[in-house]
Design a protein around this ligand. Structure first.
Ligand SMILES: C[S@@+](CC[C@H](N)C(=O)[O-])C[C@H]1O[C@@H](n2cnc3c(N)ncnc32)[C@H](O)[C@@H]1O
Length: 212
């Protein structure tokens, strides 16, 4: 019998074993086990897509407060520091990741919490970044609650950036991964009060757009 997916236990264990030493780097968080070169390339593709979105939306990062959901080992902390954002807060369910990333970026605020449960940071943000985290919230009710949480933490007119892989089969491909269809996302985002402004493929695989 396989054990149930408990986010905190799963991610703490994963970071304890092989993640936390890679703080701020792009060598291992996305596709653990597939090697540093492959991971660096995945991050490079995402970074390029983010830079394009920032330019398309004319986001002035030095005047923007950022909330980074599932900040992990801080690849995006490092990116946003380079972009000189006005303020940065990172959230992650893993205390191991939060402890490590807090040491690396003492100027930023980090909190260990599950974004699929109610939380209140008592402030709102101009940009919320949810990169490669929402498909790790495998329970649909928690997923919907998470998007409502994010909506409550966005400034009026604030931007939510998501990186995910859409899959019409809405399948759980591993205990910690559940991909959802674009239509599912559209419904939940709209109900949470978001309007979809743009979709941008991060890359193409056999002519299929991936990671919008
Ligand atoms: C694939 S990693 C991506 C990390 C980072 N966003 C990046 O792009 O490098 C997924 C991260 O989401 C975090 N995570 C998973 N479920 C979460 C939840 N329910 N609440 C907060 N963080 C969560 C994990 O601990 C992990 O750090």
């Amino acid at each position: 019998m396989t054990s149930p997916y408990l986010e905190k236990d799963y991610w703490d264990e994963r970071y304890r074993k092989r993640g936390a030493e890679r703080i701020g780097s792009a060598s291992g968080t996305l596709a653990a086990g597939l090697g540093g070169g492959y991971n660096r390339y995945l991050y490079r593709l995402r970074r390029k897509a983010v830079e394009e979105v920032v330019a398309d939306l004319n986001l002035r990062l030095p005047e923007t407060s950022v909330l980074d959901i599932g900040c992990g080992t801080g690849y995006w902390s490092s990116f946003f520091r380079e972009m000189r954002v006005a303020e940065y807060t990172g959230l992650d369910v893993s205390q191991v990741a939060v402890d490590a990333v807090s040491r690396e970026y003492p100027e930023y605020t980090y909190r260990a919490l599950d974004v699929g449960k109610p939380f209140d940071l008592k402030k709102t943000f101009g940009l919320i970044n949810a990169f490669d985290v929402l498909y790790h919230i495998t329970d649909d009710e928690k997923f919907e609650l998470c998007l409502r949480n994010l909506s409550r933490h966005a400034n009026p007119g604030g931007i939510l950036l998501i990186a995910d892989y859409f899959d019409d089969r809405q399948k759980i491909s591993a205990s910690h991964v559940r991909h959802r269809s674009y239509e599912f996302y559209e419904r939940v985002l709209t109900e949470a009060g978001f309007e979809i402004l743009a979709l941008k493929p991060v890359f193409y695989y056999l002519s299929r757009a991936v990671g919008c």
